[in-house]
Write a protein that binds this ligand. Structure first.
Ligand SMILES: NC(=O)C1=CN([C@@H]2O[C@H](COP(=O)(O)OP(=O)(O)OC[C@H]3O[C@@H](n4cnc5c(N)ncnc54)[C@H](OP(=O)(O)O)[C@@H]3O)[C@@H](O)[C@H]2O)C=CC1
Ligand SMILES: O=C(CO)[C@H](O)[C@H](O)COP(=O)(O)O
Length: 461
């Protein structure tokens, strides 16, 4: 009998199952896709079982059964649950490790509770390699069920540099998938920031792909140590297998998406969260598909100075901090709205290794929330406040250079605007309130006395 079961043996499911097996647990794997099961069966031994039917799979598991569903999100997850339900017993545990929309997870938690099945909605990050060698895991839902599977999840999860597992109970209901959605929104934001910096390095500073790769490599050892810096270095120096050029010059510049970043924006809008950088990153992907692709005049502003390169490094460091700050700001607002007691230091710790947005900065974020879990804006923390003060001139300089060169910088500019706004008690929203009251009698508050007011702006005709 196996201690753990995995449904869905594509890149993520297969590698997670192998990871469980590599940590000494017995595991069964099943997929509706026979070739996937055949490929999995090649690893069969006394602790790994490949199953070809739903019945054999369920019968191969120790009770209470612990089953990870790692398949395409959406309707396939409901279809899988429907297939499984008649075969399961009360007390069995289902974990959905896909990128499910948190609204679906809320519904599934409620529906499965009625059947006596424990449900965990778990964000998984790390891609194919992370799934095999240590992903970041964000499980939410039934806490008792989480405690049952915690030994397996803690064994397979990535470990922080201090050796702590990148998994912890996030909170009730769909909070785990919510946190993964925010992870992906931050991922979109930081990736777009990288692409804007790459554009400036290439078009203004005139750097070659190999030179840019070396610059990102030095930043990885400098102010921006992160997985995304590491892979940017690798992507830029990769040679094409069809021509003698670098592959980056032949990758069509249209960004795809499966939509988790868009979901963060949707919920952020419903909460009133000021996640402008995530919004710009989502829209930049739309824009890459919506451009009319007319030839753009060549960039004539050229500047290849050590000062500009240093300013770009500082800008990327600060913009990355803004992306995290906006993610955590949305989490604090969601925790209030959905009544979740989210532990921000643990969430930062979960992201310190294994996941796509892992970076050295997450340790500083963990420290910030450890010191004061009530901060609503990361830059209230003294470390991040001084980072902002030190790097803001560089970000202003970079945006000025890009603007004069005619290069769009949606996320870098949004980062600057966020920082210029978030501590400003003199924003011009008074005019908007005056206009709203003028055309719609929407009322306004005053800055010198309490109460709600309406002005008779004009005489009724
Ligand atoms: N790839 C990545 O880097 C990451 C992926 N994820 C998430 O993990 C999950 C799995 O991802 P990935 O491994 O990339 O695979 P895919 O998202 O491509 O999903 C493929 C798997 O889903 C199965 N499937 C599709 N429809 C059904 C159905 N109706 N019933 C049962 N099974 C079905 C497929 O079987 P079949 O071949 O028969 O269609 C296959 O096993 C997804 O939710 C994804 O978003 C999370 C983090 C990273
Ligand atoms: O969850 C992931 C990484 O964390 C997946 O790779 C996801 O597919 C990335 O999002 P998108 O496909 O929209 O770029």
């Amino acid at each position: 009998m196996s201690q753990f079961g995995v449904i869905g043996l594509a890149v993520m499911g297969k590698n997670l199952a192998l990871n469980v097996h590599n940590h000494g647990f017995s595991v069964s794997g099943f997929s509706i896709d026979k070739p996937e099961v055949d490929a999995f069966a090649k690893y069969e031994d006394d602790k790994l079982t490949a199953c070809y039917t739903w019945e054999d799979f369920v019968a191969s598991l120790e009770k209470p059964r612990k089953i990870l569903i790692q398949i395409m999100a959406g309707r396939p997850v409901d279809e899988t649950i429907k297939k499984l339900l008649p075969l399961l017993d009360k007390g069995d545990i289902l974990i959905d490790g896909g990128n499910s929309n948190f609204h679906d997870t809320t519904r599934r938690c409620e529906e499965l509770a009625q059947s006596g099945i424990h449900f965990i909605g778990m964000g998984v990050s790390g891609g194919e390699e992370g799934a095999l060698n240590g992903p970041a895991l964000m499980p939410g839902g039934d806490e008792e069920a989480y405690n049952e599977v915690a030994p397996i999840l803690e064994a397979i999860a990535a470990k922080t540099p201090e050796g702590r597992p990148c998994v912890s109970y996030i909170g009730p209901s769909s909070s785990g998938h919510y946190v993964k959605m925010v992870h992906n929104g931050i991922e979109y934001a930081i990736m777009q920031e990288f692409s804007e910096v790459y554009d400036i390095l290439s078009q203004v500073a005139g750097k070659s792909n190999d030179e840019m790769s070396e610059i990102f490599d030095s930043w990885n050892k400098g102010l921006v140590p992160s997985y995304l810096t590491e892979i940017t270095t690798a992507v830029l120096k990769q040679k094409d297998d069809l021509t003698s050029d670098h592959i980056i010059d032949h990758i069509f510049n249209e960004a795809s998406y499966k939509g988790t970043g868009n979901w963060m924006l949707e919920d952020g809008v419903s909460l009133g969260a000021p996640i402008s950088v995530v919004a710009e990153a989502v829209i930049a992907r739309f824009m890459s598909k919506a451009t009319t692709r007319q030839e753009h005049p060549e960039v004539t502003v050229k500047e290849d100075t050590p000062e500009l390169i240093a300013a770009l490094e500082k800008s990327l460091q600060l913009a990355q901090a803004v992306a995290y700050a906006q993610g955590f700001q949305q989490l604090t607002m969601a925790a209030k709205a959905y009544d979740w007691n989210l532990r921000y230091p643990s969430i930062a710790q979960n992201w310190e290794a294994g996941c796509i947005i892992r970076s050295a900065m997450l340790k500083d974020i963990e420290n910030a929330y450890e010191k004061d879990a009530t901060i609503s804006v990361l830059f209230q923390d003294p470390y991040f406040k001084s980072l902002m003060e030190n790097n803001l001139p560089a970000l202003r300089q970079v945006i000025a250079v890009a603007a004069s060169a005619g290069l769009p910088t949606p996320t870098l500019s949004a980062s600057l605007n966020y920082l210029e706004s978030i501590f400003n008690d003199n924003l011009p929203a008074n005019l908007i309130q005056g206009q709203r009251d003028y055309f719609g009698a929407h009322t306004y508050k005053r800055n010198d006395r309490p109460g709600t007011y309406h002005m008779e702006w004009y005489e009724e005709k």
